[in-house]
Design a protein around this ligand. Structure first.
Ligand SMILES: Nc1ncnc2c1ncn2[C@@H]1O[C@H](COP(=O)(O)OP(=O)(O)O)[C@@H](O)[C@H]1O
Ligand SMILES: [Mg+2]
Length: 169
């Protein structure tokens, strides 16, 4: 869906929101803006091509939560764990999974059963094994920046989206 010509920055769909991010700083700020609204046990899928800005969003988010060290892309490790005060957060990148079965073989399903917040790049590579998501963030190239479309798929996701929207003025 192409919404960048709309006068409002937000789309009108209550379960989704689209925002133009003109530069990297805007993507970091976008991630930071989401941080206060994520709740334990949520799964957020980050979709978009290589270089779309998925890891950049996670960097902004983690920094806003107070994480000061370098945020590495989990491309080679599949998962990075962050413990920030009481919050457990897993950042996944399934790009290198050749088959969805590797998700089970690597025991990745266990990470999704607890109260940690799970942020997942390339979720489709895990096929149907990945539990359903609360939120999906789709990033795409738009002019010299990025278009970020956030949509909700559960009650938790909708609550998060609604709170986040009403905070962003
Ligand atoms: N809104 C934006 N406009 C232009 N460049 C961006 C924007 N957001 C991020 N970038 C740049 O795009 C690249 C995205 O890299 P990364 O976040 O690692 O992407 P991904 O994880 O989706 O592969 C980085 O070089 C970053 O500086
Ligand atoms: Mg990445």
């Amino acid at each position: 869906m192409h919404v960048s010509d709309e006068p409002s920055q937000f789309s009108r769909d209550d379960n989704a929101s689209t925002l133009f991010l003109p530069d990297e700083a805007a993507t970091l700020a976008y991630g930071a803006s989401l941080a206060p609204f994520l709740t334990p046990g949520m799964q957020v899928r980050l979709e978009g091509d290589l270089g779309a800005g998925k890891t950049t969003v996670v960097r902004g988010l983690l920094r806003a939560l107070g994480y000061e060290n370098k945020v590495k892309s989990p491309t080679y490790t599949l998962v990075e764990l962050y413990v920030i005060s009481q919050l457990h957060l897993y950042h996944f990148d399934f790009y290198r999974l050749n088959e969805p079965e590797e998700y089970l073989d690597a025991g990745l399903d266990e990470y999704f059963q607890g109260t940690a917040i799970c942020l997942v790049e390339w979720p489709d590579k895990a096929g149907a094994y990945l539990p359903s998501a609360d939120l999906r963030l789709e990033l795409s190239l738009e002019r010299n920046g990025r278009l970020a479309r956030l949509s909700a798929f559960s009650e938790k996701g909708r609550q998060c989206l609604t709170r986040w929207k009403s905070s962003a003025v």
